[in-house]
Design a protein around this ligand. Structure first.
Ligand code: CIR
Length: 262
């Protein structure tokens, strides 16, 4: 079983407040219709890749709640509720507690420091926890301990200063291959893997999502789409221009796991 051979996923449908989601600059709000359409396309792509997808109801009081992989992480044998680093997101995990408690045999909880799931890249022999404006040193250390309880070795790495999360700038292509922006590729943290460097100008597309034999990539990055052809997956180009206005990535919009790995 490969690490991206997921069977199940949880997503959260956007509410009207999604257009007020956090963003790095002072860019314009996305259109609600656009976000809803792109999110629906994403969920359809997960299903087309073979996953059983559970859709949670919108949480209007949390504009960023569609990004379910920031307040939680899931693995075949257990889930972890995190403390996201943005104050407006810190309580989001409470609204995942019930569903994760139902669906996982073990539910661990971070009680100190801050960490976002977007800063955690899981590879075959280890996971990386990126330090960022959202994940602090204490949060990374606590998360390392929680992941160890689930049998996962995690190493702490630096995230380039201008990116939101480690996975904004790097993501899994296959078990041997990482896609990374030039600064992360040059940092040497992925020396154990084949590193594909994101073509200059396509940095906004560095967050791709491998799900079984499909690889979800932003439709606006044709050079990246070409580069990713040939890694054992059908490259699926998904429109994400509206949702990108609130710094969305494909990995952060679902929690994915393999039910049979228990
Ligand atoms: C935020 O700033 O928290 C959201 N607007 C976007 C989160 C995207 N999550 C991710 O890259 N892991």
């Amino acid at each position: 079983m490969r690490i991206f051979d997921f069977t199940d996923a949880i997503v959260r449908r956007p509410g009207a407040s999604v257009v007020k989601g956090l963003r790095a600059g002072d860019g314009q709000d996305p259109s609600l219709e656009g976000v809803l359409a792109e999110h629906a396309g994403y969920v359809a792509a997960l299903r087309a890749a073979g996953l059983a997808v559970q859709e949670l109801d919108p949480l209007e009081q949390f504009p960023d709640a569609i990004f379910v992989e920031d307040p939680a992480l899931v693995f075949g044998n257990g889930a972890i509720l995190l403390r996201p680093g943005a104050p407006s997101r810190e309580a989001e995990g409470e609204y995942l507690r019930e569903v994760l408690g139902e669906r996982f045999p073990v539910l661990l909880e971070q009680r100190d420091g801050h960490a976002d799931g977007g800063d955690v890249l899981v590879m075959t022999d280890r996971a990386y926890i990126g330090l960022s404006a959202r994940t602090d040193a204490r949060g990374a250390q606590v998360l390392q301990g929680l992941m160890a309880q689930l049998g996962i070795t995690a190493v702490v790495a630096a995230t380039p200063p201008e990116v939101l999360h480690l996975k904004t700038a790097s993501s899994l292509v296959d078990e041997e291959t990482v896609l990374a922006t030039a600064p992360l590729a040059a940092s040497g943290i992925y020396a154990n893997y084949r590193v594909l460097e994101v073509p200059a100008g396509d940095e906004g597309g560095a967050n791709v999502l491998r799900v079984r034999d499909h690889l979800l990539v932003g439709a606006g990055y044709p050079r990246l789409i070409d580069l990713l052809d040939g890694y054992g997956a059908k490259v699926v180009a998904l429109p994400n221009a509206e949702i990108a206005k609130i710094d969305a990535g494909f990995t952060c919009m679902s929690l994915r796991w393999n039910e049979k790995s228990r």
